[in-house]
Design a protein around this ligand. Structure first.
Ligand code: NAD
Length: 257
């Protein structure tokens, strides 16, 4: 229970990777500020089953004013955020010339700018305590590109850059910033891409899943939210006190090629 008494805010923790990370942090004793859309009670139950408190704020991460309200809510409920996991994200797949500008704006706002806002608001409390962890969920697409994902790849490369700057500005403090770069994780975000592939190519979902993995991920295996949670727990441990500004791939060899 190395995180007992600490508070972790995980954006987009009602589903997928964010929920997996919240559960692993809760297993270490951290109270959780949840955020995200959709069902709240189910995911909240999975977190509180670990014996911690979980409070939910429904801020839309594309709206800075709502992000400010969420950070104030975290301060009111728990006194502040010790561990900030910037995870909320969306995807849209289309060639640049037909990429809807409003989708570009939404992806940059949710996948990148939101992390700037939560980070700038979390740092003063972390500095005061001289301890903090900022963990940005980037992607293999923060390190390499794929076609038809212009906004996503731009946002994820951007968040890797933001992670490095954050780490440098805090390098002489007890606050670290690192990014996690997952390969494929079987969440609703990826299931949508698999289903679209199956429909486009008139193949089964099983075949589309095999193709998706085979194209990018040498291990031919999905990374799991639990594994990414384990990596987040490592970043929060004393062993990682001097790990700063890294973009840590957990991608079955995707970016080793
Ligand atoms: P997901 O769709 O399962 O979960 C996304 C979460 O973000 C949900 O809780 C959703 O409600 C929340 N969210 C979406 N828009 C929001 C908004 N405007 N405001 C607040 N919350 C919002 O997806 P996931 O696969 O778990 O993705 C989580 C993160 O991991 C994303 O940043 C994604 O880019 C990244 N990632 C995913 C994969 C993958 O293969 N699934 C790989 C690399 C990186």
């Amino acid at each position: 229970m190395q995180l007992k008494g600490k508070t972790a805010l995980v954006t987009g923790s009602t589903s997928g990777i964010g929920l997996g990370i919240a559960i692993e942090l809760a297993k270490q004793g951290a109270n959780i500020v949840m955020n995200g859309f959709g069902d709240v009670d189910g995911p909240r139950g999975q977190i509180t089953a670990q014996g911690v408190r979980a409070e939910y704020h429904g801020a839309d991460m594309s709206k800075p004013v709502e992000i400010e309200a969420m950070m104030a809510f975290a301060a009111e409920k728990f006194g502040g955020v010790d561990i900030l996991v910037n995870n909320a994200g969306i995807q849209h797949v289309a060639p640049i010339e037909s990429f809807p500008p409003e989708k570009w704006d939404a992806i940059i706002a949710i996948n990148l700018s939101s992390a700037f806002h939560t980070t700038r608001l979390a740092i003063p409390f972390m500095r005061q305590k001289n301890w903090g962890r900022i963990i940005n969920i980037a992607s293999a697409h923060g390190l390499v590109a794929s076609k038809e994902k212009s906004a996503y790849v731009a946002a994820k490369h951007g968040i890797v850059g933001l992670t490095k700057v954050t780490a440098l500005e805090l390098a002489t403090t007890g606050v670290t910033a690192n990014a996690i770069c997952p390969g494929w994780v079987l969440t609703p975000l990826v299931q949508k891409q698999i289903d679209a592939r199956a429909a486009n190519e008139k193949i089964s979902v099983e075949q589309a899943t095999k193709e998706l993995l085979g194209e990018k991920e040498p291990s031919l295996q999905f990374t799991t939210p639990e594994q990414l949670g384990g990596l987040a727990v490592f970043f929060c441990s004393p062993a990682a006190d001097n790990v700063r500004g890294q973009a840590w791939a957990h991608d079955g060899g995707w970016t080793a090629q």
